[in-house]
Design a protein around this ligand. Structure first.
Ligand SMILES: [Zn+2]
Length: 244
């Protein structure tokens, strides 16, 4: 049963860590919320499992990785995010498992966020399109790593490395979920979210024949309008939220 009204995502926090598989994952929707958060003086860190090196058919991975890393850093800067980290798992073949959970748990312990953001971990996008294995793996591992980060005994090697347990994550918020519970008003951050997606120019030019600016704007307009009715008519970036 779908809940009718989307609740505003809590704002009484100061640090967030957003964990996704690829450069551009956060720009396809979540960046408008990130802009609103950083406007409010909150710190948001991006953690990417890969450099997206398998994302452009015409570019071999060794050339693609540094380019996509640059585009991701520029894209993050547009919405006020200065720290972007990469775990260097291999694009396209990220494996869900303890290695991935440990890497994400280590980042949670390093950055000590109250909010963890990730992307759709389900098999499909709303039952319409099949999701990618990378998104499923990273989404699920991120949700799992919240508990791992707080438990001294699950990855004792992290404590030995000086990373003390962090049990301070209060919420996980999943972007791109077909069962959203919460939303962030996209009004203030919308224009920056368009520019932020547009920073992935090489990727987008390889993806579509459409003019990049037009493509980014119309995609993101569709996203923020999709659930506006459930959020008082306001453009909405939606999240499925789990409280911890
Ligand atoms: Zn992706």
């Amino acid at each position: 049963m779908t809940q009718q009204r989307l609740d505003p995502l809590p704002t009484d926090w100061s640090r967030a860590l957003a964990v996704v598989a690829h450069p551009d994952d956060l720009e396809y929707g979540a960046a408008a919320a990130v802009a609103a958060w950083t406007d409010g003086g909150r710190e948001v860190v991006y953690l990417l499992a890969t450099r997206g090196e398998a994302g452009i058919d015409s570019l071999p991975p060794a050339e693609c990785a540094p380019l996509r890393e640059r585009e991701q850093r520029a894209s993050a800067a547009v919405v006020g995010v200065r720290t972007v980290e990469f775990l260097d798992h291999r694009d396209g073949v990220i494996e869900y498992g303890t290695a991935l959970r440990r890497d994400i748990a280590a980042a949670i312990r390093r950055h000590r966020p109250e909010l963890v953001v990730t992307l759709n971990y389900r098999d499909t996008w709303g039952g319409v399109a099949w999701n990618t294995p990378d998104h499923r793996a990273v989404g699920r591992a991120t949700l799992d790593a919240v508990a791992d980060a707080g438990n001294r005994w699950i990855f004792p090697e992290l404590t030995e490395q000086g990373l003390e347990p962090w049990g301070g994550v209060r919420w996980s918020a999943v972007a791109g979920s077909d069962r959203p519970t919460h939303a962030v008003d996209a009004t203030a951050g919308f224009e920056r979210s368009v520019r932020s997606l547009l920073e992935h120019r090489t990727y987008i030019e390889a993806l579509t024949e459409e003019a990049p600016e037009k493509y980014c704007r119309s995609f993101l307009e569709g996203m923020v309008r999709a659930e506006a009715e459930r959020f008082g008519g306001r453009p909405a970036v939606t999240f499925e939220v789990f409280a911890h």
